[in-house]
Write a protein that binds this ligand. Structure first.
Ligand SMILES: Nc1ncnc2c1ncn2[C@@H]1O[C@H](COP(=O)(O)OP(=O)(O)OP(=O)(O)O)[C@@H](O)[C@H]1O
Ligand SMILES: [Mg+2]
Length: 308
């Protein structure tokens, strides 16, 4: 049976501003940094709403005073900055080439969200020199205590970089919508990630749904075939309705949760952020950001072990 993952533990409580920082300092001194949860947002087909989902989940979590980072990993058509009206002068490629530090390329988004912009010129993570790899690992490790959750907006399709980023994440969200190509492409992605890369847990998010039942029906369809042919557990993350307010927000280059917080889509994003919060935290051993980068760089090795 497809299972909905209902972890009981809540990792983050709303503590006063200063408490987490003091705690972070102590943890750092003791060499015990809090694990960072890395969530990749994927889809088979393009244009189904990955970037909208990544942005709105990230802004919602940031609005809850949490330390959230959004990594734009759509190396072909980076568009987190476009959707949020941010004019990023520098991006991840400048960190890789050593021209800028990660702190220098991070831009502030709504509600204190921190964004690492990307660009079409950013090198594939698998093609970095040893020096570039080392620089990137160091850059991310220094952010460890400033991030609780890192959302990664990845490209559509099943390119090498899509596989790299999903393999390096702790949780993979697959966005689908009610179009035959969206479902078949999502299935193709899940199949490759499962069969060839050992990823066995996916969260399915239905976007642009027309009514209350459509999302669950889409999930059931995908779960049925996946269960039959693959060794995977799919969880239903919920649905975001088709919402003109989301389109209006895109036109205004704002997140809908910020521009129209009472819209139907904003409500759905808030529910989803709460659910995401209940996913079990990553194990400390896999929760360090430099390990995330290491997994990116060395994604040719054994598969899936970090998902356990
Ligand atoms: N729930 C929704 N209701 C209405 N429109 C939506 C919704 N979600 C996304 N859209 C519209 O679809 C467009 C494409 O969304 P988005 O850019 O988030 O998709 P994507 O999967 O990231 O695309 P790409 O594959 O090109 O990266 C958005 O500009 C927005 O106008
Ligand atoms: Mg996108």
């Amino acid at each position: 049976m497809p299972l909905e993952i209902r972890g009981q533990r809540r990792m983050h409580t709303h503590m006063p501003e200063r408490a987490p920082d003091q705690a972070a300092g102590l943890r750092r001194m003791a060499g015990l940094s809090r694990p960072v949860k890395v969530i990749a947002v994927a889809s088979g087909k393009g244009g189904v709403g990955k970037t909208s989902v990544s942005i709105n989940l990230a802004v919602t979590m940031a609005q809850q005073n949490r330390k959230i980072m959004l990594l734009d990993a759509d190396l072909g058509l980076a568009n987190v900055d476009v959707l949020l009206g941010i004019n990023a002068r520098r991006n991840l490629s400048h960190v890789i080439s050593g021209e800028a530090t990660l702190e220098e390329v991070i831009v502030q988004g709504p509600a204190g969200l921190r964004i690492v912009p990307s660009s079409s010129g950013t090198k594939n993570m698998l093609n970095l020199s040893t020096a570039e790899q080392g620089g990137l690992i160091r850059a991310f490790s220094e952010l460890q205590d400033d991030v609780e959750v890192m959302l990664v907006d990845i490209a559509a399709g099943i390119s090498e970089s899509v596989i790299t980023f999903t393999r390096a994440a702790h949780e993979v969200v697959v966005v689908v919508c009610d179009e035959p190509a969206s479902l078949t492409d999502a299935y193709a992605l899940i199949k490759v990630l499962n069969r060839d890369h050992g990823i066995d847990r996916f969260h399915i998010l239905a976007n642009m749904t027309g009514n209350a039942h459509e999302g669950k029906a889409l999930f059931d369809k995908l779960a049925r075939v996946s269960q039959r042919f693959l060794d995977v557990t799919l969880g239903y993350m919920g649905a975001v309705p088709y919402d003109d307010y989301l389109r209006k927000a895109v036109q205004r280059q704002l997140a809908v949760v910020e521009a129209y917080p009472r819209s139907r889509s904003a409500l759905a994003f808030r529910k989803m952020a709460d659910r995401t919060d209940r996913w079990p935290p990553p194990q400390v051993a896999t929760g360090r950001l430099e390990f995330f980068v290491e997994r990116l760089i060395r994604s040719g090795g054994g598969a899936g072990e970090y998902l356990s």
